[in-house]
Design a protein around this ligand. Sequence first.
Ligand SMILES: [Zn+2]
Length: 440
Amino acid sequence: MLKSKFLNVLLLLSISSCLYSCDKTKAVATTPALTPLRPISKVRIVEKGEVKRGQGLYKALKNVSIDSDQALILINKLQDEIEFSKLKVGDQLTATFDENKRLVNFTFSQNEVETHVVSLNEESGEWDYSLNVLDTYWQPRMLEGELRSGSNLEQDLIADGLDRGTVNEIVNVLLCKVNFRMNAREGDKYKVLLSERKHKDKTVGTKVLFTSYSGKRAGTHEAFYYEDEEKSSTYSAHYTENGQALINSGLRYPLSRLHVRSTYGWRRHPVTGRRTMHRGVDLRGRTGTKVHAVASGKVVVSTYNKYSGNKVAIKHRDGSTSFYYHLSKRGVKVGDWVRSHQVIGRVGATGRVTGPHLHFGFKKPNGRWMNPLNKRMIATPKLTGDKFVKLKNQISMIKGTIADLYVSKNSKYLVANLDNVRRRPSTVDEISSFASIFEE
Ligand SMILES: [Zn+2]
């Protein structure tokens, strides 16, 4: 475990005349032993620490020897400046104490650029807050790529030099729309517009302004970053152009191992032999295997019928409904509320089947069947009113930036931004595991 708490003892010998002479070397060199100067040498003890896994603010402050009384002062002073609920592992803290172990200065930084400082004003006895911000600028950068066989989007973005957090942000946004596991194909194209915060050419922060993904099976999807003026607003997120928030709420698969035996669409029915529409997917599973709710919702069906056997249906927040057929056991009843991933029954072979499996279906809010493997998220409420207008404005600014970058890329005279646009080919994660259509 990385324990980076170390103690620095700084002996600051400051000589009052130095403040005026402004020539430290001279001041030190010429300090005569006999001069009756007031001894104002200050002892300063600086403790440095960082936020560790699972720590709240109090614990983190303890890392740098700040006691509860001092912590209260700091929390009071910083509560409007820092969101304490968003402490991250690795956030840096320093505390400076005088020789009487009295706190005189505290700093907190979540990145290399901004440092929050609370210091004791020795004259007034008050605590002063200030924010030290390094000189930075934002610079747009466009990434484009194409999936090649043998790699995946995540690896490509890492190879493009993006940090893990940014890559996760991009992938999570696209996961709301794209089932990479099933539908990623060689030749799929992606674009990402970043705004990178630079300090002396070094990237110290990244915003993902735009992401798009386009593929034969995956379709075309675009996401725009909307930033609310209000700091730490929960509305700040990625949205589709029509205001749908793309927040990956973790739609789960109904079985812990996903193996598709029969896909969605037209097929020859395994029992009747007739060409029929298969309104779901058949997932391989042994009798008794746990079946999980793919998202939270309310049980609207829990019954038996001779075709679907024991079946359960769950209605979700966005009005969509998931269906689970042929269960050996049903574990929920109509009206029950279920959590995401809660066990709702067991795989079985009830109804018109040739063997045990889970038939898993999904209906859109409008009542139409859809391929459940293309259902990526339970939709959140759309942005409306003023916020939707602001989103529209921000989208046109993002589109403007993209257009500018293309102009500078294509122009021989605008060399300055050439490096912003970079093309590199890439590769497909898994060319999906295809199930044989006619297998039961
Ligand atoms: Zn089926």
